[in-house]
Design a protein around this ligand. Structure first.
Ligand code: FES
Ligand SMILES: [Fe+2]
Length: 457
């Protein structure tokens, strides 16, 4: 943690910017975190994107080309041709594999060199080596790749959320350059273990819009009105949001998958427990937060499983599956997490109404953990970092990375959900907070052990 400055006007003693935490943030080949992440399957593209043209992508600092050939096989190959380095993004996708535009070498999806048409017909050159290739799996609209050592390739994990009865999955992810976050992957990943930011960043959106009426930079009003009237209104809105939030209980706990976030609040006679999963190393599952509890509910399904995928050390892309009830009309493609509307806003607009991208990208291209001052509400973030470090170090000791295992059938049990129990309020606010805390913990215990949630009463 940062050294605390103890005197006012002491910037002079706080100018050094220490190095970022290389162990947790750097993802290139051979780095500790990069090698750890490479032991898992990650989404690298979407079915909908692959047409006749190949797609150039960058994942964990490696430049690659992604394509689907005429046999509908997906290829993920080293970008630069093995012959003399021309980029295969300019190649021709054929029935079998992709052909380099420069001298026509043809590569199969597994890296086999099928043709070197300029070489003498009797040449066996092409049979003596492979082009770099990675295995892929296409699953419900997303394309996943495994980029680790072939001998350690794990099974593709199927989470039970992928098999929610009555729900269909809507794949999402925007890989166009303009949607790529210009910051390190961990900033996006750990944001999902930080529910407190909602109170300050997201929930006051409306209050900030109201404030525009008083902003000299928008309406031309006076600064006096801005500070004396506008900001006063804003403060009382924010106080209401904050007080509402203070009445809830937020906790984090390790789970067989990684971390469970427990968010417990009271709604009249009901206690609403919202559980979120952080699945190591970079998967998050969220339950709907705009949900109106009306009665007891054992299992309210999640709305999203999301992957944070490093492009390189300072760029990141997000992929998701959103869950939509089968009988409800839904947009066919999910909204990207970083919407074009947000990145097309003016700088001043972004200052007035900042969102996730403003908050996360501006932590620096790679956040410097040594300068942070982490408090009690950062427990989710510290827990994620701790598990990540443990995983990285275990791999370095030669251990296989810990992964979630399936418990029923083929699917891996996950815990994300909304749950509601009827439990009348305790006598005092303090006692009720304690009651909420205990209820949240009991719900987690029940869910982890596969018991009905009603046992948490
Ligand atoms: S550089 Fe690709 S075939 Fe020559
Ligand atoms: Fe957010």
């Amino acid at each position: 943690m940062a050294q605390l400055i103890k005197e006012p006007f002491s910037g002079y003693y706080h100018r050094e910017v220490p190095e970022h935490d290389r162990e947790l943030t750097e993802v290139g080949p051979g780095t500790p975190c990069g090698e750890y992440l490479r032991r898992f399957w990650h989404p690298v593209g979407m079915t909908a994107e692959l047409k006749d043209l190949p797609k150039r992508i960058r994942i964990m600092g490696e430049d690659l080309v992604l394509f689907r050939d005429g046999r509908a096989k997906i290829g993920l190959l080293e970008l630069h041709c093995s012959h003399r380095g021309t980029s295969l993004e300019f190649g021709m996708v054929e029935r079998c594999g992709i052909r380099c535009c420069y001298h026509g070498w043809l590569y199969d999806v597994d890296g086999r060199v099928l043709e070197t048409p300029g070489e003498p017909p009797e040449s066996t050159f092409k049979d003596r080596f492979f082009h770099g290739a990675y295995p892929t799996i296409e699953y419900k609209g997303l394309i996943f790749a495994y980029m680790g050592p072939p001998e350690h390739r794990p099974e593709f994990p199927i989470y039970d959320s992928f098999e929610l009865p009555g729900y269909r999955m809507v794949p999402g992810g925007e890989t166009e350059h303009k949607y790529i976050y210009d910051c390190n992957w961990l900033q996006l990943a750990e944001n999902n273990a930080d529910q407190v930011h909602f109170v300050f960043l997201h929930d006051p959106e409306e209050a900030r819009t109201k404030l525009d009426r008083y902003r000299p930079s928008v309406s031309g009003g006076s600064l006096e009105d801005y500070f004396n009237v506008g900001l006063k209104e804003f403060d009382s809105d924010l106080t209401a949001i904050r007080e509402n939030f203070r009445s809830r209980v937020l906790e984090w706990q390790e789970s067989p998958l990684g971390v469970i976030g427990i968010h417990t609040r009271r709604v009249g006679d009901l206690v609403w427990v919202r559980l979120g999963d952080y699945i190591m190393p970079n998967v998050d599952q969220f339950a709907p937060s705009r949900f109106r509890p009306t009665g007891e509910l054992d299992f309210g399904p999640l709305y999203m499983t999301a992957w944070t995928v490093p492009v390189d050390d300072t760029h990141t892309v997000a992929y998701q599956f959103r869950y939509a009830p089968e009988n409800r009309e839904q947009r066919s493609v999910a909204r990207p997490l970083r919407s074009s509307q947000s990145i097309n806003r003016t700088y001043e607009d972004r200052q007035r109404q900042p969102g996730d991208y403003e908050a996360q990208e501006s932590q620096r291209p790679i956040a410097v953990h040594a300068l942070e001052h982490l408090g009690a509400t950062d427990r989710g973030v510290t827990l994620v970092r701790k598990l990540l470090r443990e995983g990285i170090r275990a791999l370095q000791r030669g251990e296989d990375p810990k992964r979630a295992v399936s418990s029923v059938g083929n699917a891996i049990s996950t815990y994300c959900r909304n749950t509601v129990l009827r439990i009348p309020p305790a006598e005092t606010p303090e006692a009720d907070r304690e009651l909420l805390r205990n209820t949240g913990r009991k719900v987690v215990a029940a869910v982890l052990s596969g018991q009905p949630v009603s046992t948490a009463k």
